[in-house]
Design a protein around this ligand. Structure first.
Ligand SMILES: Nc1ncnc2c1ncn2[C@@H]1O[C@H](COP(=O)(O)OP(=O)(O)OP(=O)(O)O)[C@@H](O)[C@H]1O
Length: 509
């Protein structure tokens, strides 16, 4: 075989008290699509960050085209032809899409481009990654931000493209589009390093898969000859319980409902909400499917109380009008919330896990304004152990956790409140297959204890596994609800593309 484009020789990375990578050896050839797999905290992100020059190895060597290199910054990595799409977005919220893309490009490249806006529009059409170059990033949904990240790499020629869970918030059609792009890039000789917890994607896209466990390479396989289940077993061992389907329930007591909830967009490019009538019932999981950017963010903000612009009576908690209540007051009623943006909104990155626990448990942990610190510590420790959050201890900063481990922590923190209503966006985003099953079981147990749960997600497969009833959101409008057992993935797929807006036949639940 020809010389590898990239070779890692005995690469190790140590953080205080943690061996994130332990003598990793890896080869990647031109045009190869290599999957990097492993449980949360296995060391995947740390490894690719060293290839992209974000971190430097503690030990070992990186070879690029058969020559040893020191990649000391992302700028250098980009100059070498290495592009990376991060799990936590690296775009600046106060800049436009165009400005963000411009920032990441080398001066020589920019000098050679006469019209960057046009180039962005052309590339976004070519790769079906639609986004307006003049929009401010803070006004973009999570899915749209990810498109910017991907576009940013594709604008400049890349020899190696690293993608850290690129599909977790993309809709099925967008994933197909992305895979077409990746296959095309691969056929043009670009190597691709693909981190994903979605094993179905790995078997359909990747040529080879390397498995990490506890920072070490523990296996390798040809994913085209494996099934998602057999790969999952290589990753998590035989003892971990994996997701099945769960019995559906039917309940009638409405606890939270919206009445013709209509809201102008919260920013010039938002889509707002139009006559949304949702009903959440106690003891059920209600799933809202949709492609990012169709009003989910507005709906989540208005239901959680982060946005209080709605009329008081357009949101009702049993008989109480709460549309103009703030988030704190709604939490006192028994509402818990897991936002889509886990680092920044779901957790304060610089705060410890203990402090982040206090953020949403302050009422239970204080009396007359005095915080019970021993109890807080105990709760934070419990959240870490019950949810198998891999970290040093409760004093670890939220930002030091791997993506999936932070998600497990935030989910566990909200579930631990035993809320009456839980609103959660992408509950298993970035979570490995074993932990995703554990979160599913947690949600089902919460449902069975009487909590009304709203799951907003783009992962239709997951919604079918979890939810008792489903609806779709499209351009700020929400379809009628349907029992999961009365619908199909195809039908919900049509609805998320707007198929219900014409009020075609809808099986009311
Ligand atoms: N800056 C840091 N400081 C301390 N520990 C860190 C830091 N970055 C990563 N770690 C630790 O290194 C280990 C590997 O983390 P990494 O993010 O590479 O895992 P991962 O396989 O990418 O996980 P996930 O699938 O959840 O994203 C984890 O235990 C993590 O807590």
């Amino acid at each position: 075989m020809d010389t590898p484009l990239l070779e890692l020789w005995n690469i190790s990375k140590f953080f205080p008290g943690v061996v994130a990578n332990d003598k990793v050896n890896l080869k990647l050839h031109q045009g190869e699509i290599l999957a990097l797999l492993g449980e949360n905290g296995a060391g995947k992100s740390t490894l690719v960050k060293m290839i992209y020059g974000v971190n430097s190895p503690s030990e070992g060597a990186i070879m690029w085209n058969n020559r040893e290199v020191t990649i000391s910054s992302p700028n250098q990595a980009r100059a070498m032809g290495i592009g990376m799409v991060f799990q936590h977005f690296s775009v600046f919220e106060t800049l436009t899409v165009l400005e963000n893309i411009q920032l990441g490009l080398d001066k020589e490249f920019l000098d050679s481009v006469s019209d960057l806006r046009k180039l962005i529009i052309d590339k976004s059409e070519q790769y079906k990654l639609h986004v307006d170059p003049d929009r401010y990033v803070h006004s973009l949904s999570i899915g749209e931000r990810q498109r910017v990240e991907i576009l940013r790499c594709l604008i400049q020629d890349v020899k190696l493209l690293i993608l850290d869970e690129p599909t977790s918030v993309l809709a099925p059609q967008e994933i197909e589009g992305l895979f077409e792009v990746l296959n095309q890039l691969s056929s043009e000789g670009c190597a691709i390093l693909f981190i994903s917890h979605k094993l179905k994607e790995v078997t359909s896209l990747c040529h080879r898969a390397v498995i990490l466990r506890g920072g070490k390479v523990t296996g390798e396989c040809d994913p085209t000859k494996e099934t998602p289940n057999s790969i999952a077993r290589m990753m998590v061992g035989d003892e971990t319980q994996l997701s099945e389907s769960y019995p559906k329930t039917e309940t009638t007591d409405v606890i939270l409902k919206t009445n013709n909830l209509t809201l102008s967009p919260s920013h010039p490019f938002g889509c707002g909400l139009e006559n949304v009538n949702l009903q959440l019932r106690t003891g059920e999981i209600f799933g809202l499917a949709g492609v990012a950017g169709n009003g989910q963010e507005d709906l989540l903000a208005v239901l959680s109380g982060e946005d209080t612009r709605s009329n008081a009576d357009s949101i009702q908690w049993q008989q109480i009008n709460i549309g103009d209540w703030d988030a704190g007051k709604r939490r006192e009623l028994g509402l818990a919330y897991v936002p889509a943006n886990r680092l920044g909104q779901g957790a304060v990155p610089e705060m410890s896990l203990e402090e982040n626990t206090l953020l949403t448990h302050s009422r239970a942990l204080s009396s007359r304004g005095v915080i019970n610190f021993p109890k807080l510590k105990q709760l934070a420790q419990q959240l870490i152990s019950h949810n198998q959050v891999k970290c040093r201890n409760e004093n670890s900063q939220a930002k030091s956790l791997s993506g999936g481990n932070l998600q497990k922590f935030i989910m566990g923190r909200e579930v631990a409140q035993q809320p009456k209503v839980l609103i959660c966006a992408h509950p298993t985003w970035g979570v490995d297959i074993g932990a995703a099953s554990a979160i599913h079981r947690q949600l089902i147990a919460l449902r069975d204890s009487g909590t009304a749960i709203l799951v907003v997600s783009e992962d239709i497969d997951e919604l079918f596994i979890l939810c008792d009833r489903l609806a779709a959101i499209y351009e700020g409008q929400v379809s009628d609800a349907v029992k999961t057992s009365n619908t199909s993935i195809d039908q919900i797929g049509e609805w998320i593309a707007g198929g219900f807006v014409s009020h075609a036949e809808v099986a009311n639940a």
